[in-house]
Design a protein around this ligand. Structure first.
Ligand code: A2P
Length: 335
């Protein structure tokens, strides 16, 4: 069972859902439930802040940093909370995967977010693309295929990430969608280690080996798509985790919702989750997962839903055509 700690802002608010944090290697704390903001509108963020969310996960790629910055700056200027109460993550886009470009991209993200620093800056994906300009975030050639930057140098890139900490633009740095070999390479060359690794994790794709490698290196893990991304077309052919009978019956027995059971399972494994929702009720229920716990038997049952690689839902090569030909494409090896 994870230690449950009340955040200062929740202690004050008393009845609010309790949010716990994980400690990063550098002693900083990251709230275990954050708001995933891909495709999320300003109103949802406003509602999320009202509900008690303090961890916001965005990316240059989501093209919503300016909107998020507007909401956060309003919230801060109204005295609703202090900057230290928030944990804001953003990510270096694939077109910025070059050492010389990191400062430019983070500076641009900070300007849009109206912040002087982010709590966590992640390399969004280990394979670089060549954009025409800063806004060409998903560059595609005339043949419809992604324009690859095959010269991605992850070791040099990481040095530039470390410089963002030195310069105070990021409190912590991390990675996303890296494989085990790439993690080992970063661990070998780093002066400041990755604090967090954000990857697809949900009941059907639990990433046990990758998590155990991260654990060995004291890299915390954050799950994107923790509910199994039910909006994905892949689920038209099969049942998403939210509807799996083991999940729905466990939820009914505990008097919880299937989403709460799925999120609690991950959080109880020590994984940070960034579910997204535009619905006020669902936003609130996704945060309310610290006032119950799953038994060892319930945990084992949920563990057994893992389908390994077959459970993967985010298939990058279907979205970024040809990305699998990049020398740093991370998914050619088992994990
Ligand atoms: P909605 O915005 O209508 O709530 P993931 O975080 O795994 O990518 O999943 C996000 C999707 O899951 C969104 O489509 C969201 O839809 C839906 N969702 C979020 N929270 C819940 C919940 N508590 N119950 C059911 N569906 C949810």
């Amino acid at each position: 069972m994870l230690p449950v700690r009340l955040s200062p802002w929740h202690r004050e608010e008393g009845t609010m859902a309790r949010v716990t944090e994980v400690k990063l290697f550098n002693g900083r704390e990251m709230p275990m439930v954050g708001l995933g903001t891909w495709d999320i509108e300003e109103e949802a963020l406003q509602v999320a802040l009202e509900s008690g969310y303090r961890h916001i996960d965005t990316a240059a790629l989501y093209k919503n940093e300016a909107a998020i910055g507007g909401v956060l700056s309003g919230w801060l200027s109204q005295g609703r909370g202090a900057r230290e109460d928030l944990f804001v993550t953003t990510k270096l886009p694939m077109i910025g995967c070059r050492a010389d470009d990191v400062t430019k991209f983070l500076t641009s993200s900070l300007k849009k977010l109206q912040l002087s620093y982010v709590d966590l800056y992640l390399v969004h994906f280990p394979a670089g693309l060549k954009g025409k300009d800063e806004d060409d975030l998903r560059p595609v050639g005339p043949d419809g295929r992604s324009v690859l930057d095959v010269d991605t140098d992850l070791e040099r890139l990481w040095k530039a990430m470390e410089e963002q900490v030195d310069a105070g633009r990021a409190k912590s740095i991390g990675i996303s969608n890296f494989n085990s070999v790439q993690i080992e390479r970063i661990m070998k060359c780093c002066r400041i280690q990755p604090a967090n690794h954000q990857v697809e994790i949900h009941a059907f794709h639990q990433q046990k080996e990758l998590r155990s490698l991260c654990h060995k290196h004291n890299i915390t893990v954050c799950a994107y798509g923790p509910l199994g991304a039910p909006y994905k077309d892949e689920w038209t052919k099969q049942q998403p985790p939210l509807q799996h009978p083991a999940v729905t019956s466990l939820a009914a027995r505990l008097g919880r919702t299937p989403a709460q059971v799925l999120l609690r399972h991950l959080v109880q494994l020590g994984i940070v989750v960034v579910p997204k929702s535009s619905n006020p009720e669902r936003l609130e229920q996704n945060l309310r997962i610290f006032d119950f716990q799953l038994s060892d038997e319930d945990m084992r049952e949920l563990d057994s839903l893992d389908r390994g690689r077959d459970g993967k839902i985010f298939i990058f090569k279907n979205v970024y055509l040809g990305i699998e030909n990049h020398p740093e494409f991370p998914f050619h090896i088992p994990y």
